[in-house]
Design a protein around this ligand. Sequence first.
Ligand SMILES: Nc1nc2c(c(=O)[nH]1)N[C@H]1C(S)=C(S)[C@@H](COP(=O)(O)O)O[C@H]1N2
Ligand SMILES: [Mo]
Length: 521
Amino acid sequence: MARSSTGQRMGAGVASAAVALGVVQLTAAFFPPAADARTAVGTAVINLTPGPVKEWAILTFGTADKLFLSVSVIAVIGVLAAAAAIWERSRVPAGTVAFLVAAVVGSIAVLTRPGAEALDIVPTLLGAVCGIAVLRLLTSERIAGSAEDTEAKPAEATGATESTGVDPGRRLSLLTFGLAGLGLLGGVAGVVVNRRLHSVSGDRNSFALPSAPQPSPVAADVTPQGVQLPSFITPNGDFYRIDTALSVPQLARADFRLRIHGMVDREVSYTFDDLKKFEPITKVVTLTCVSNPVGGNLISNASWTGYRVSDLLHDSGIHPDADMVLSTSVDGFTAGTPVEALTDGREAMLAIGMNGVPLPVEHGYPARLVVPGLYGYVSATKWVVDLELTRFDRVQAYWTKLGWSERGPIKTESRIDVPRDGQKVTKGPVTFGGVAWAQNRGVKAVEVRIDDGPWQPAQLGASYSNDTWRLWSFPWTASQTGFHTVTARATDNTGAVQTEEQAPPAPDGATGWPSVSFEVA
Ligand SMILES: Nc1nc2c(c(=O)[nH]1)N[C@H]1C(S)=C(S)[C@@H](COP(=O)(O)O)O[C@H]1N2
Ligand SMILES: [Mo]
């Protein structure tokens, strides 16, 4: 029986897990995307994570939520591998069994990916085999047992040191570190090779957007003077990003098909080239995430180029009792959008361009939905490949299954950007400001209150359209030193005033007045 120390055992476990993961990642690069067990397992973890925990992760980490997930999953795997290795014995091979269980779990995760085929589990199985081999090697009596001997006795007393120059304990550590390093290297190489082989950035670079009639130009007076606010149009690099995609789907234009089916008279499937027969349009629309807390920044505004969804649906003959379009992305995300919101005058789009360039890959290249007035989770499907006409009482989309509302109209909201919470303001004149939004209804007014004072009208930047946010400013004279608060509330064009009642993002969007404390000095 091997008698290596607990520390050596844990090292062996971590090294074998590293080799297994490295082998999986490297071989998966040469398989279709579904074979990427890292993405498959990560996605399964996301899918199985309870809604409130997901919400917490998005609130806490924002766009870094995926990094957090990856680090947590790797940490958990490391701890499990270390524990399993401690119990690995020749008669009770607990570590080996743990690897086999992991291989089964990984294979199931891979096979549940959209478009997965049986062969896609080959990298996972290969990784498990290599992991078991390394675990067996590092815990074998021949290697680990002799290392134990040298730890028990002074080095000079064992012949090993004299014959090889390296004592077996040291040799075991070197071997463990070396194999762990190789595993890590394999993993990194796998990610890099995968990106090289599957990246659509070349496809994107060679795509020239169709020229669409330009929307009305953004007038200078949409931006209030005297205060530093977010730019009316958000540059692509600053646009918020939220999705469940652990690795950004790489869908080339040539592989793109948009299938329209379900409760229709005629099923259709458009290739990317087929889309050219529709009239391109450009529209400025502010996108908002339902997970945006009061005062949060999961909201951005862009000029989108694409086609009217109503044009795409026009010839399919929608059955009158269909009330939902279930849109599905190439990686299996779904959103349920009222048919009405896609066919009424708001001009919901299949967008292919963002601020004058092809959609950035992380924002849905080659095509996504943009629906004015609805939160992203019920409308803005990126990498979209399927539109099914159906009914709200028949199917539930991704987030609705997790307890979020089946319909997600954007609520009338405002945000204070200046001052920042805790900011020091010098006595005298100062201008505060922020943004307000009520997409598809439009913002009519913003009011501001200092401490418990009366509500005063803010100055509004010009309204661009009902589908875009509105920037506002509030010139004020700070006279009393000390701590103060500023609170804001918006009114939309239906006359509805932003509610004071505080609600969390779940299930249908946060509410409450934004309030910021500052100090006059
Ligand atoms: N394929 C896919 N599309 C998706 C999502 C997703 O997880 N997967 N998330 C939606 C959500 S919740 C939001 S708020 C918007 C965000 O779009 P953006 O990342 O371009 O800002 O995308 C929507 N489209
Ligand atoms: Mo969202």
